[in-house]
Every structure is written in structure tokens, then in C-alpha cells.
Design a protein around this ligand. Sequence first.
Ligand code: SF4
Ligand code: SF4
Length: 206
Amino acid sequence: MTKYIPIKESYRFSCTMCAHCCTGDQEVLLTPFDLYKMGRFLHYETSEELFDNGWAELVKNENNVWRPQIRFKIKPFKYCPFLSNELDEDSTLIGRCQLHPEHKPLVCAMAPVGRIVDMEKNTEEYVFVKPAPDCPGVHSAQQNSLNELLTSLKEELDFQRNYFELLEIAKNRLLSKEQSFERLYQFRLNKPFRVIIADLKKRIVR
Ligand code: SF4
Ligand code: SF4
């Protein structure tokens, strides 16, 4: 298992918008709240439309739990469908995320900070995860405060924690792909997310 460096207070990093983490074999795992944000960005009425229209797909992890991830385009190369490239005034290619900032998936918004939650031991820690093997941002001297990042994302982190609790139940119940989709990832987008997550909690235990 990869060993990551724990972050206690601060970390050095500055994104150059090279887009290496939005292309190639990168995997962008999503939470239900990420589906909610992406669906609303696309003016959909249901989360299901993200799957029907090829923006997201379900993948099984090492614990046999089905999780959604962004479905990358594969032609002419592998890239995130929300990546938009443009040239700056020096003709340097800049990678922009169309979901930035308020619809961005949590894992992208937190990069290079990763959150490791152990639900059985009820522990969590934050670690430095290189966004891409050749990420130039890791060479920056810019100091960033972990506390500031966590404070700015507090509500989302709480929703993610709620989701991890549901995943534990899904793992213990050995839910199939169809059951997982129906109980965790299929919802209407016209309600506040706290109402949706409360409904998902009821669905997963029935
Ligand atoms: S690879 Fe690093 S520097 Fe490049 S866009 Fe991703 S986070 Fe930013
Ligand atoms: S959602 Fe945005 S930041 Fe995340 S991989 Fe796609 S383009 Fe990059």
C-alpha cells in the first residue's frame, strides 16, 4: 500500500493549471454530493442523467463496493470531459476546470490533500497525495494552511463522512451494482442535499 506523508498544519503547493491531473489514467472518484453539484451544473433534473449521458460511471473497488467516478473521454486521448483548454497571452496551454469552483468534485478541490477515513477505528487523517506523477505544483514553495482548506470545505467534508457511513453499510450488505445505484446514486436534484442524504440513509437500511 502506498505510504503518504501526513499533513498536520500546512503543505507546500501551488497549482500551475497544467491539467496533467485531468488527463491520462487519472481516476476521479465522486461522492453523491459531487453528483448533485455536477448534475445541477448541467441543468439536469436527476443524478441518473449523468450516467445516461456518459459523464459518470460506477466502478467496483477493492472492497466490492460500487462507487461513481467521472467517465473520461478516450479520443483523441484520455481526458476529463469537464476540462477546457485555452492558450494564455504567452501561448501557454492552460487547463481550466469548467466545474471550478462551486461544482468541482471534492477530491479535485482538495488536491493535493487526501483524506483517509477509517470507519472501523473511527479515525481520519490528511495526507499529501501528488495529483499526478509529473505534477509541477509540488515544487512550489507556497505554504497552504490545512485548517483553512478544511474550514472552506466543511459542509462537503461532512457530507463525505455521511457517505462513507453509507458505504460501510453497502459493503456489509454486499449490494449489487443495480442495488448500489438505486440506493446511493439515484436521486432528484431539486432539493437541498441534506434532504437527499437523509433519504439515502433511509434507503440503504431498508
Ligand atoms: S497536475 Fe498539479 S499543477 Fe497540474 S493542474 Fe494538476 S494539481 Fe495543478
Ligand atoms: S473535474 Fe475539473 S479538476 Fe477534476 S479532473 Fe475534471 S477538469 Fe480536472
